[in-house]
Design a protein around this ligand. Structure first.
Ligand code: ATP
Length: 355
């Protein structure tokens, strides 16, 4: 299981006018499960194709451990890949499709059988092992593709590009936990591309967040949720995403309009900032709090497990996620308190301090 090291790796499809992937230096450490998370068009597939060798980067070098593979084609990189849609030999049985990558590399028959049965059992393919692949529905075919990607234990890395897109939503939770189980067993270096935060957060040891061709933050799922370093991460992760409010640093206090909402932690020059606080951590009451800010409730979504209370501070919308059955009603006054340890300050979208 190799470390995969990018040194200044970037790619432009238009001769350097725009970067689909800006020059990036980053190491995927061996045996870890990574999610590569970002919105459509941010450069995820470009980055994955550079790792697999389907694309040669415009600039930079890529290493598998100490081996420079920048000019090595895919076949020479010992990579397993799973794409968004099934890639199978349709006339072969499920068993033979799973066995194919191992037979191809002349594994002993008994070892092939052991691995195929292990993967098949984990992915729930036992009942269809003898069936021809073309007779399965697309979701099941994709699970076979996933199995093919995971069946070899000795690979430099397993690359998965949105592998659960065509799988039934109800099955996704099960498959993600199976994938985790297989990863624990094989210790693959695994890179899982997704634009779905739930997929990334439930599956990965570490999440790499990509936006506009650049890595904006990497970290364990909880770290990205609790301590976003960039406004984009605050918005993109969380449901709903982080609230942002214009504010002002005056001396060592932070104000929203005339209201003081807290003390600045650390040294921060006076001036405009944006306050970021997740809906989960906004405290909303009917009584004034100090520090705190007055708001107007505009609506309440009763979600069953919790409520989303929508409010406005001046013109700025803000959402508080509260226990179900909150007493707040539309068109009433409320007061918001932003807890110090969970409220961050941003300048030019980058975190510059906290309350
Ligand atoms: P998606 O989730 O929609 O697949 P992505 O995050 O994987 O998106 P990429 O497919 O890597 O993003 O695309 C990054 C940028 O590069 C986009 O602006 C895209 O339009 C552009 N791009 C991708 N492939 C090509 C290509 N073959 N030729 C020209 N531009 C391309």
């Amino acid at each position: 299981m190799a470390d995969i090291r990018l040194e200044g790796v970037g790619h432009s499809y238009d001769g350097g006018q725009t970067w689909a992937l800006k020059p990036t230096t980053w190491t995927w450490r061996g045996s870890r499960a990574y999610a590569l998370l970002g919105p459509s068009g941010c450069g995820k597939t470009t980055l994955l194709n550079i790792i697999s060798g389907l694309l040669t980067p415009t600039v930079g070098r890529i290493f598998f451990d100490d081996r420079d593979v920048t000019d090595v084609p895919t076949a020479g990189r010992n990579i397993a890949q799973v794409f968004q849609f099934p890639v199978l030999y349709e006339e072969m049985s499920v068993y033979d499709n799973l066995a194919f990558p191992l037979r191809n590399r002349k594994f002993p028959k008994a070892e092939i059988d052991r691995r195929v049965r292990q993967v098949s059992e984990l992915l729930g393919l036992d009942p269809v092992l003898r069936r021809r692949s073309r007779r399965l529905d697309p979701g099941r075919q994709q699970i076979v593709s996933l199995g093919r990607g995971l069946v070899r234990s000795q690979v430099a890395a397993v690359l998965l590009d949105e592998p659960l897109t065509v799988v039934d939503p109800a099955l996704k939770w099960t498959l993600r936990s199976k994938l985790k189980e297989i990863h624990r067993d094989t210790g693959h270096t695994l890179v899982y591309v997704t634009h779905d935060q739930t997929e990334a957060l439930t599956f990965a040891d570490e999440v790499v967040v990509l936006n506009d061709g650049a890595i904006v933050q990497t970290g364990e799922p909880a770290e990205l949720f609790l301590s976003p370093a960039h406004e984009f991460v605050g918005h993109f992760i969380g449901s709903p995403g982080m609230n942002m409010l214009p504010a002002e640093v005056v001396g060592d206090v932070v104000r929203v309009g005339p209201a003081e909402v807290g003390q600045v932690t650390g040294d921060l020059p006076a001036g405009a900032v944006r306050i970021g606080v997740r809906p989960e951590f906004v405290r909303i009451t009917g009584e004034p709090t100090s520090p705190g800010v007055a708001a107007q409730v505009t609506g309440v979504d009763r979600m069953g497990a919790y409520d989303l209370v929508h409010a406005r501070v001046g013109e700025h919308p803000i959402i508080a996620k509260t226990e179900a059955g909150s007493p707040h009603r539309p068109d009433t006054a409320a007061f918001l308190h932003f807890p110090a340890e969970r409220t961050f300050l941003f300048r030019d979208q980058v975190r510059c301090g906290s309350l």
